[in-house]
Design a protein around this ligand. Sequence first.
Ligand code: HBI
Ligand code: FE
Length: 294
Amino acid sequence: MTELEALRRDYPDIAADFTIPQRWESYSEREHATWRALFEQQCQVLPGRACREFLAGIAKLDLAPDRIPDFERLSDLLEAQTGWRVVAVPSLVPDDVFFDHLAARRFPAGRFIRRPDEIDYIEEPDVFHDVFGHVPMLAHPMFADYMQAYGKGGQRALAEFGALKNLARLYWYTVEFGLIRAPEGWHIYGSGIVSSRAESLYAVESPSPNRIGFDLERVMRTEYRIDDFQESYFVIDSFEGLLAETYKDFAALYAKLAQGPTYRPGDIVTADRVLTRGTHSYKPGSHLPRSEGQ
Ligand code: HBI
Ligand code: FE
C-alpha cells in the first residue's frame, strides 16, 4: 500500500498532492481555545525576541488569537503580498510532495491542532506550528523567494545521492531554527523557535547554546537534533544574504560535501565566526542524544 492509500483510510478526500479540505467550520471551540492559548503565550515572549519581519508578517496577515485561521482567507492576504498560498495536509508529507508544493509557492500546513496536554511539545507539525510559525515569514518577499528556491533545490537534490541530507540541514538551521543579526544581538526567525515559548527564551537568552555566524557549507555539514533544544544556532546577517546563498552552484557544493568532515550538533570549528560559545550547562529534559537519521 502506498503512503497515500494508507492516509486515505483516515482522510477519504485526500488528493494526489496530499492536500485535504481544511473544513474550517469543523474546528471545535476547544480547538480554537488551544490556538488562542498558544497565540497569547507567544505574544508575551516574541516582542523584542522575534525579528521585525516576523512580527510584521503577523500584522500584515491579520493573524489573531481569537480563532484558528481560515486558510482561504489567509491565503488571499498572503497571495497579495508574495504570491504564496497555504494548503491543508494531514501532517508531514513525503519529501517530493513537500518540495513540489514549495516550488509552486504553496505552503502545506497541518490541519489538526495539538491536544491541550501537548501544548509545549508535539512531534508532528500542527496548524499552530505551520501557520503561526512559518506563514508570517512567507509575507516577506526575500524569505518567500528563499522558500521557493528551497523547494526547487529539493526537487533537484532528490536525484543526487546524499544531497538531500545536506539540503535538509540547511532547512533545519534556517527555516526551522534560524537567528538573524540585530543591532542588540540576534533575533529569531526560525519557525521551530517562534512557535515554542521555551525555545524562544532559550535561543535568545540562554548561555547554553553556541551561536555561530552562518556559513552555507558549514551548516550543510552539521547534523541536527530533533529531540531537544538546539546546541548550536546559526546567525544570518540578512535575508538578502541568505537568498543570495541559494544562487550558488549546489551541484559543485554537494560534490565537495561528499568529501571532508560531518560535524556534530554542538561542535565548534576553527573557521567559525563564534558569537557565543555555549556553556551547554542548561539541558532541559536532557535525554540521550539522538540526531537526524537515527
Ligand atoms: N512535510 N508538512 C511537511 N512539513 C515539513 O516541514 C516537511 C514535510 N515533509 C518533508 C520535510 N519537511 C523535510 O524532510 C524536507 O524539508 C527535507
Ligand atoms: Fe516546520
